[in-house]
Write a protein that binds this ligand. Sequence first.
Ligand code: R2B
Ligand code: URA
Length: 299
Amino acid sequence: MKTENINHAFLDGVLDGSHEDVYYHFGVASSDPILAELRDVKAVVVAGSGGRIKEFADRWSRLNGDADVVAFPKEDRFVTRYTAGVLFASHGMGMPSASIALQELMRMVFFLKRGDLDALDEVFWARVGTSGGVGLPGGTVVVSSEGLMADLKPYRLLKGGEGEYWFDGRFPAATVDAVIAANADVDFPIVSGKTIAGNEFFLEQFRLDGAVCFETPESKMSWLRWVQSNGVANIEMEGAMLAGYLNHWGFSKFAMICTTLLNRLEGDQVTATPEQLHKFSEDSGVALFNYLKSSLLGK
Ligand code: R2B
Ligand code: URA
């Protein structure tokens, strides 16, 4: 862990009881008894939709002898469940939403692990989601090697008028390999590659079907070919920030596993049938669970 990057000025006072931490968007605070049930957290799994979080938690509970499922009371922003050592939380769509979830979850995990750096580093983080494939057909599961923005540079935010805050968007290679190794026998293609996180589903993903459009078929294909030739396998909306913040604190085990819904070289609209979409969504969950089973079950 990179303790120098942890906001000790605020977080240490939570540990010594000087003040509490209010995880406002999750509707809980560090003094809330519900958090005492989460002390043993070993993994944090995030996904865009609350429905998937409930399904994941139920499935993980069943795999762990019908372990109790703890639900946070507030669900109007993010849906949260905890069962058998795994905290499942939704993050909404896009980096502004997902960064709120991630910052509050990182603070929560710091509190749960009492600031113990070794215990923090044991925690595995994962995002499971959907994406657009770049030269990959719908139904391919991509385990990201690096998260980048649409200009192939890492995640950054405005530092007022004084420049930018920059982050390292690489995903740990050992975890990428371990996720792929845990999925040697699956019935869907699974590959690793770089992932672009667009700040917008239409403009920053070079779609031609937005209400607002500045691209032509030529400029769209030129961008897609450029990113593909630089090793990009898929495009989604959160990974560059997720990897950036987790790297900032120095976590060593985290991954992003996203199914492609379409091949962006062939189109922009998501026209897969409900049955296909269900299978795509299932498959990224299967890939995550195969890794969780190999790394956590019986441990
Ligand atoms: C993938 O899918 C969502 C947009 O449809 C977004 O959250 C993402 O990253
Ligand atoms: N999610 C995205 O962000 N882009 C796609 O093309 C599909 C899913």
